[in-house]
Unconditional design. Structure first.
Length: 233
């Protein structure tokens, strides 16, 4: 499988260095740019699988750059933004961004979002991944949506399948409730929305995930985390 190639566009040198070093640990080839001119110069000379694009850039901002990019390319884009408002998020997504991360962010959550976006694009015609995921004694067949352990067989509902796949794409990453809701239902959460908690409880029940050793752990103030290694059989 070809190495994933990413382009990180941010005027903050510390963020560029952090993401380059962190993502390289996961066999991703990362190049960086500090502004829009450098972004398009890089695109002229190399192919990338995904762009991580800061909104608050000097000169032409990330929203404008994404608009220009979408006129000629469908390369996936994840926004980095310090603007935690629904309006800015909606504008970014309407311009064609595939996802966004609000600063300050946990690199593990960004990695999870990268994997999710790339999985979605791979399903549209790139090489498929293995049909089987194994974790914590369970095996998920992603084609049949059947979860199995020993002689037990469970066919997952659409909602629980989508939720489990988000966790399996990002083991040991802390995933916020808002992120889980957006990935599974395509919408943002409000302060009273507990639908993700209900779905996590249902998934835990199916996994016999009880007692002190959790497969899916609750992270106070953060969200949830799959605390198990995942193998692609």
């Amino acid at each position: 499988m070809a190495q994933i190639r990413l382009l990180v566009v941010d005027d903050d040198a510390d963020i560029r260095e952090l993401l380059s070093a962190y993502l390289a640990r996961y066999d991703m080839d990362v190049e960086t740019a500090a502004d829009g001119a450098s972004l398009f110069d890089k695109l002229e000379h190399a192919r990338f699988d995904l762009i991580i694009l800061d909104i608050m850039l000097p000169g032409e901002d990330g929203l404008s750059l994404c608009r220009r990019l979408r006129s000629t390319s469908s390369i996936p884009v994840i926004f980095l933004t310090a603007l935690d408002s629904a309006t800015d998020r909606v504008v970014g997504l309407e311009l064609g961004a595939d996802d966004y991360v609000v600063k300050p962010f946990d690199p593990r959550e960004l990695l999870a979002r990268i994997r999710t976006v790339l999985r979605r694009t791979s399903e549209v015609g790139q090489a498929p991944q293995s049909d089987l995921r194994t974790f914590a004694g369970w095996t998920l067949n992603v084609r049949s949506r059947e979860l199995s352990r020993d002689d037990e067989r469970i066919t997952l509902s659409d909602a629980l399948y989508r939720l489990l796949m988000v966790f399996l794409d990002a083991p040991f990453a802390v995933l916020s409730r808002e992120y889980l809701l957006r990935q599974t239902q395509g919408r943002d959460a409000d302060v009273f929305d507990r639908s993700v908690d209900i779905q996590v409880s249902r998934l835990r029940a199916l996994l016999r995930d009880t007692g002190t050793t959790r497969i899916i752990k609750t992270v106070r103030g953060g969200g949830y985390m799959l605390a198990a290694d995942v193998e692609h059989a």
